[in-house]
Design a protein around this ligand. Structure first.
Ligand SMILES: C[S@@+](CC[C@H](N)C(=O)[O-])C[C@H]1O[C@@H](n2cnc3c(N)ncnc32)[C@H](O)[C@@H]1O
Length: 421
C-alpha cells in the first residue's frame, strides 16, 4: 500500500496515519496557543530587546524592524510584561496592505477590525497578565510618508469598526482627553507596505516604572537605562557607581537586574538627590550622596562598574569641577575603576572618546541610538593597564651599547588621602 511514496503494509499504514494525525494535532494545538508579539523600543535598542527576549526565554525572534522586534511565543505568559529594554509590548492582531495616501481609502482600514481574531487576542492578553475583558477601545496610529489624512482619521476608522465588533464604546483621541480607565489600547502602524493592527497587553506602557515617583529635567528613559545596565555585566558583590545620578534611573535599573550588588550615586543638585532618594526609598543597598563627579569621595580602583549619562547634553549643563575642567570626568573615572572594571556611558557624540583613550580608557562597545530626536551613543569602556614605554636614548647607541628602557612617569599621582568606601 503506497504511503506518501513508500510501499507499506496495512498495519503499518494505520500506525503511520495515527502517528501523523497525533503530531498534526500537536502542531495544531501549538498553533492555536502560540501568540505573535511585537516589542516596540527606542531606535537602536532593537538588538538589546532581542537579547533580552532570548535570555528570558520568551520566544523565538521572527523579525526586526524600525523600532520593533517581532517574536512568537508557544505559550503566552506574564514574562513578556517583564521586558525592561522595550517601551511596550503588543499582540499582533491583523495586517492588510498599506492603503496609500488617499483620504478616500481610509474606510479600507476597517478591514483590520474584521480580520482580528478578538477571542484569541483576549485569551492571549489574559495569559500575559493583561485584562480579560473588553471595556472600550482607543487607538493610537502612526505612519511613514505624506498622507492626505491625519492620524485621527486613521484611528477613528479602525477604532469605530473595532468598537462595533466588540459591542463596546470608542474613545477618539481627537479631543486630547485621556481615555476612561480600562480601555483597551490598540496600535495602528502604516509603514508604506503594510497596515498593522496590534493590541497592547498591559494597561500602561512598559517604559513607565512604578519606582519613578520623582523625576528631574534630563532624566533617562528607563528602557535605555535597562539596556545600559544589561551591557555593564554587573556581578554579585560589585560596587556600582553613577557619579551624576540625577533621579537614580541607572542605579535602580541596575539594582533590579542585579540585587546582589551595591549601588552608590552622586549628584550636585539637591533636587536630583531628593528625587533619587525618593525613588530608591526603602532600598538599603542604594546610597545617594551629594558629591562632585570631578572629585569623587571614593578610593582609587574601588569601583567595579560605572553607569552614567554625564551632563554633556543640551538639557543639563555640567556644574562644579566638571563645569570648569571637563577632563576631570575622564581622570576621575580612570582613577576609581578597578583594573578589571568597566564603565557604560551614554554620550551625545563620539568625539569625547579621544579624550577617554588619552586617559587610558578603551571603548570596547559603541552603539548608536536615537533618543528624543537626537543621536546618542551607548559606550562601554574598560581601563587599559599601565604599560611601561621605552624612553628614547639621547645618543645613537653603538653596537655594543644596549638601548636603555625606563618606565613611563605616572600620568597622575595616586592620592593616598582619598576616603575609602
Ligand atoms: C543627564 S542628568 C542625569 C540623569 C540621570 N541619569 C537620571 O536618570 O535622572 C546629569 C546629572 O548630572 C548632575 N551634575 C552636573 N554636574 C555635576 C557634577 N560636577 N557632579 C555631580 N553631578 C553633576 C546634574 O545635576 C544632573 O542631575
Amino acid at each position: 500500500m503506497p504511503f506518501r511514496g513508500f510501499d507499506v503494509g496495512e498495519e503499518q499504514h494505520h500506525a503511520l496515519s495515527r502517528a501523523l494525525s497525533h503530531s498534526a494535532s500537536r502542531r495544531l494545538r501549538r498553533l492555536v496557543t502560540a501568540a505573535r508579539l511585537v516589542a516596540r523600543c527606542v531606535r537602536g535598542l532593537e538588538p538589546a530587546v532581542v537579547g533580552e527576549i532570548l535570555q528570558l526565554g520568551l520566544g523565538t525572534i521572527t523579525g526586526m524592524g524600525h523600532r520593533e522586534v517581532r517574536f512568537r511565543t508557544p505559550r503566552p505568559d506574564p514574562g513578556v510584561v517583564g521586558l525592561r529594554t522595550a517601551d511596550d509590548v503588543f499582540l499582533f492582531a491583523a495586517q492588510v496592505p498599506d492603503i496609500g495616501s488617499a483620504r478616500t481609502a481610509i474606510d479600507a482600514l476597517a478591514e483590520l477590525a474584521d480580520r482580528a481574531d478578538t477571542d484569541t487576542l483576549l485569551r492571549h492578553r489574559r495569559r500575559c497578565g493583561g485584562s480579560g475583558e473588553w471595556t472600550g477601545v482607543e487607538v493610537s496610529a502612526s505612519f511613514l510618508g505624506r498622507r492626505n489624512f491625519n492620524r485621527y482619521d486613521a484611528e477613528d476608522a479602525v477604532g469605530r469598526a473595532l468598537a462595533r465588533k466588540l459591542g463596546v464604546g470608542y474613545h477618539s483621541r481627537r479631543g486630547d482627553a485621556p481615555p476612561p480607565p480600562g480601555h483597551s489600547a490598540w496600535r495602528l502602524s502604516l509603514d508604506g507596505t503594510h497596515a498593522t493592527l496590534m493590541l497592547r497587553i498591559f494597561e500602561r506602557p512598559l517604559h513607565r516604572r512604578a519606582y519613578k515617583s520623582r523625576t528631574i529635567p534630563g532624566t533617562l528613559h528607563p528602557p535605555v537605562a535597562a539596556a545600559m545596565a544589561r551591557l555593564a555585566d554587573i556581578r554579585p558583590g560589585h560596587a556600582v557607581l553613577d557619579p551624576c545620578c540625577g533621579a537614580g534611573t541607572l542605579l535602580l535599573e541596575g539594582r533590579r537586574l542585579h540585587p546582589q550588588a551595591r549601588f552608590q550615586g552622586f549628584d550636585l543638585n539637591p533636587d536630583a538627590i531628593g528625587a533619587a532618594r525618593a525613588n530608591a526609598a526603602g532600598l538599603s543597598d542604594v546610597a545617594i550622596e551629594a558629591a562632585d563627579a570631578g572629585d569623587m569621595p571614593v578610593g582609587d580602583a574601588s569601583i567595579d562598574r560605572v553607569l552614567c549619562n554625564p551632563p554633556w547634553g543640551t538639557q543639563v549643563a555640567p556644574g562644579g569641577l566638571l563645569g570648569r575642567r571637563p577632563s576631570r570626568w575622564w581622570s576621575e573615572l580612570r582613577r576609581v575603576l578597578t583594573p578589571d572594571g568597566s564603565a557604560v556611558l551614554l554620550l551625545p557624540d563620539t568625539g569625547d572618546l579621544t579624550t577617554a583613550i588619552q586617559h587610558r580608557l578603551i571603548p570596547v562597545h559603541v552603539q548608536q541610538l536615537r533618543l528624543s530626536g537626537l543621536q546618542s551613543y551607548i559606550v562601554r569602556l574598560t581601563p587599559r593597564p599601565h604599560q611601561p614605554q621605552p624612553v628614547f636614548p639621547r645618543r645613537r647607541p653603538t653596537a655594543d651599547q644596549p638601548v636603555s628602557m625606563s618606565p613611563e612617569a605616572p600620568l597622575r599621582r595616586q592620592s593616598g588621602s582619598r576616603r575609602r568606601r
